[in-house]
Design a protein around this ligand. Structure first.
Ligand SMILES: Cc1cc2nc3c(=O)[nH]c(=O)nc-3n(C[C@H](O)[C@H](O)[C@H](O)COP(=O)(O)OP(=O)(O)OC[C@H]3O[C@@H](n4cnc5c(N)ncnc54)[C@H](O)[C@@H]3O)c2cc1C
Length: 132
């Protein structure tokens, strides 16, 4: 067993990993309650991108809740998780339900993945238009 030290992100952080009370300060990595190599690196990319966009006066990217990183950043920043907050890695269980029952896991997760790609594309299109 290894120790994992983390802050109470649901009460402290926004979904872009900035502090609620001091939004010019960003956290990233495992200390925020994300768990794993990919998740920790991704949180740094989200925080860094958010900080850079803020400095450039660009609208923030809002990662859709049905993408894996959108779901993870929503998880760490959701005040509902206060008191029961535990580190979380990427997993299909944190994604919103697709609302239809698909028995075959490969097929089911394919639907989740397609939904995520489409949501992300919509957000990138929106941001792209905003930046032009
Ligand atoms: C034994 C073990 C096995 C694991 N296996 C996996 C795995 O197979 N797959 C996976 O995805 N994840 C795995 N993890 C989890 C993964 O290692 C972490 O989630 C990830 O490395 C966290 O990255 P991080 O950059 O947030 O923190 P860290 O990798 O812990 O980096 C933090 C850095 O900050 C430095 N630091 C700390 N305090 C200070 C200070 N005051 N001043 C300056 N520097 C400081 C530390 O020395 C360290 O280099 C494992 C973890 C452990 C312990």
């Amino acid at each position: 067993m290894h120790r994992n030290t983390f802050i109470n992100s649901p009460m402290l952080l926004n979904a872009d990993f900035s502090m609620r009370e001091r939004p010019e300060i960003y956290f990233a990595g495992q200390m925020t309650g994300v768990e794993g190599y990919m998740e920790s690196a991704a949180s740094g990319i989200i925080a860094g991108t958010a900080a850079a966009r803020k400095l450039l006066g660009l609208e923030p990217v809002q990662l859709p809740r049905d993408t894996m990183l959108g779901a993870l950043s929503a998880y760490i920043s959701d005040p509902f998780n206060d008191g029961k907050f535990q580190p979380m890695g990427a997993n299909m269980g944190i994604l919103p339900d697709i609302g239809v029952r698909i028995k075959d896991k490969k097929e089911k997760y394919g639907v989740y993945a397609k939904r995520a790609v489409e949501s992300l594309q919509r957000e990138l299109d929106r941001i792209g238009k905003d930046n032009s």
